[in-house]
Design a protein around this ligand. Structure first.
Ligand code: ATP
Length: 572
């Protein structure tokens, strides 16, 4: 609960969210109260007519119709504007949460587990949406109930028969609206499943998205905004159906009231008592039920809002200078990337005094080099790579690109130099880059097919409409698809974290002895984390890690290849 918000902070957050919508909320409140007041005034007019015993005609009839219109219009405007605010508010919360996750520091994301993230992003936000709709009705109900209460003190006997007719009519209208509204909600739910998928993409694929601004921008501007917009529109339509049915129900009740008054003109009764009581009951029952029905939802919404606010607070500090809308990169690697006296430390795990510390260490990597980073499990190889990629900002020391320090401002540009396949990689279905095959520009599909052939996976996977046709593959096969992405992106620096670990011996041999040297020979800087010591000779340099430090950095000679390679081939 380290990030749990106080009630005061929550209220402040809520106010901040609502601030852009204040004019609409005010409109909703005024029209809602206006509708309630008009309703009470209607009761007054009707009761007056009934007490007079001469029916309704002339000016009184006109003012009755006018009040009807004010009540119906006020109710409709209040609901539509609250619905408008609610849907936009929810869209804003969704976009803000997506932005926060896309721009949260990777270490903060790694601490917040996906299984905690998803329910907040889906159920809790939905709950808020539902309650906002319910609150629109509640506003009018409260105004109506307060006005009506004054009448009840004077009345004694109801005319149950007329009330029942009205209630049945209103219920039928509501059931009809419900059937239509529910079909709309189902449509919205289909979209929400797509939304969950994109949420999963942006949380599980956070590192890859951080490394690829174009994909990140497309994910946000193309997919997330489009799906959220579709949900907003479908929900708006469905909810408006309910609103119209409610307005129809109200009109029906007023028709019935007119009928009661007509009936009273022929029947000698005590109009002030009997018909007045009917009116009050007629109007009171619906609002009372509605208010009572919304109370449990308000309780659930409070919990949902708390969870959303906690998530928001957890990701309150975005990575600075991380852009969602600037696909082109301005940096290039001319000569070298250098880590100078770099240090990084993880937060201490629960119950420990200190987390793992990387460095201080220094390392220079040159363009056109094939470098292996090796060492025991937990020696800090992946952590070193994440610092090199700019995913973990160094706590001390600096990263230099061609001698120029990588700053907070340039870090996101710097990352666009790299293509990575992490050990816990995330595979995107769609292909982004145009791709070059043998130095010539090719269509993305053609380029991808060529690499699929090269990686001996073309018999399982093809490319359809710019995406792989299936991802239902083994881990080793999926890793080959991740390598296809890397080829297609054609970035200057390629980083592979234990890529070959899931490959069969024959393909592993091909990877180390053909694919990696080919990439290096094309001018890429290739950094490979590896445990395959029988292939270390393939590298130009081997950097060995132990306990978070570099303990060896040696150039490999051609002479060590012979016996080791023979052993490797024997193993394959
Ligand atoms: N997200 C994290 N939070 C806290 N500590 C971490 C985290 N990730 C790694 N560590 C710690 O950092 C140390 C180094 O981890 P790292 O993943 O860099 O090792 P590695 O050399 O890549 O290991 P392997 O060969 O098993 O992949 C580990 O001992 C681990 O305890």
């Amino acid at each position: 609960m380290a990030y749990s918000m106080s009630e005061r902070n929550q209220a402040r957050e809520l106010l901040q969210l609502l601030r852009p919508f204040f004019p609409w909320i005010l409109l909703s409140a005024i029209t809602g109260v206006g509708a309630g007041a008009a309703t009470v005034a209607l009761l007054g007019v009707v009761n007056q007519v009934l007490a007079g015993g001469s029916g309704m005609a002339g000016d009184v009839l006109l003012s009755f119709v006018a009040l009807c219109l004010v009540a119906l219009l006020g109710r409709a405007v209040s609901h539509v504007s609250t619905n408008w605010v609610g849907q936009r508010l929810v869209a804003e919360v969704r976009k803000s949460l997506a932005r926060k996750i896309l721009s949260a520091p990777i270490d903060a994301l790694e601490r917040y587990r996906t299984h905690r993230l998803m329910p907040v992003l889906s159920q809790d936000v939905d709950m808020i949406s539902d309650v906002i709709f319910a609150l629109a009705t509640t506003l009018v109900s409260v105004a109506t109930v307060l006005g009506c209460l004054g009448y009840l003190a004077y009345l004694s006997l109801p005319l149950f028969g007329f009330l029942i007719v009205a209630l049945v009519g209103g219920t039928v209208a509501q059931l009809f609206a419900q059937a239509r509204g529910v079909s709309g909600f189902w449509k919205a739910r289909d979209h929400e499943e797509q939304l969950h998928k994109t949420y999963r993409d942006i949380s599980a694929g956070a590192k890859e998205l951080r490394m690829h601004r174009e994909r990140r921008s497309r994910m946000y501007n193309g997919q997330i905004e489009r799906i959220i917009g579709a949900i907003r529109d479908v929900n708006s339509k469905a909810i408006n159906t309910y609103v119209l049915a409610t307005a129809f129900g109200s009109a029906l009740y007023f028709l019935l009231i007119a009928w009661i008054l007509g009936w009273a003109a022929f029947q000698s009764t005590e109009p002030a008592v009997l018909s007045g009581f009917v009116l009050v009951l007629l109007f009171l029952k619906g609002p009372m039920d509605q208010i009572l029905g919304v109370l449990p939802e308000v309780g659930r919404a409070k919990v949902a809002f708390q969870r959303i606010a906690d998530l928001s607070a957890h990701f309150a500090n975005p990575e600075p200078h991380l852009h969602l809308d600037r696909p082109e990169s301005r940096v290039a690697l001319e000569q070298s990337i250098e880590l100078r006296n770099v240090q990084y430390a993880f937060q201490a795990p629960d119950g420990a005094t200190e987390g793992f510390v990387l460095g201080p260490l220094s390392l220079r990597l040159d363009s056109g080099e094939l470098v292996f980073v090796v060492g025991d499990n937990g020696s800090g190889k992946t952590t070193l790579i994440k610092v090199l990629l700019g995913l973990y900002p160094p706590k001390a020391g600096e990263i230099l690109l061609d001698g120029e320090p990588v700053t907070v401002e340039t870090r996101d540009d710097y990352r666009q130099l790299f293509t990575t396949v992490f050990a816990d990689f995330y595979l995107f279905e769609d292909l982004l880059a145009g791709g070059k095959v043998d130095g010539r520009e090719q269509g993305v599909t053609q380029a991808a097919l060529k690499y699929l052939e090269r990686l001996e996976i073309a018999h399982k996977v093809s490319v359809k409409e710019g995406a792989f046709n299936t991802l239902d593959l083994s881990t080793g096969q999926r890793k080959r698809l991740a390598l296809v992405h890397a080829y297609l992106e054609g970035r200057q620096v390629l980083v592979f974290d234990e890529w070959a670990a899931d490959q069969d011996p024959t393909f592993r041999h091909l990877f180390y002895t053909e694919l990696l040297p080919e990439l290096r020979d094309r001018g890429h800087l290739v950094v490979v984390i590896s445990h395959d010591d029988r292939y270390f000779h393939v590298a130009d340099r081997v950097v060995r890690m132990a306990n978070g430090r570099i303990v060896e950095d040696r150039k490999t000679g051609a002479d060590e290849a012979g016996p080791v390679l023979a052993a490797g081939l024997a193993g394959a």
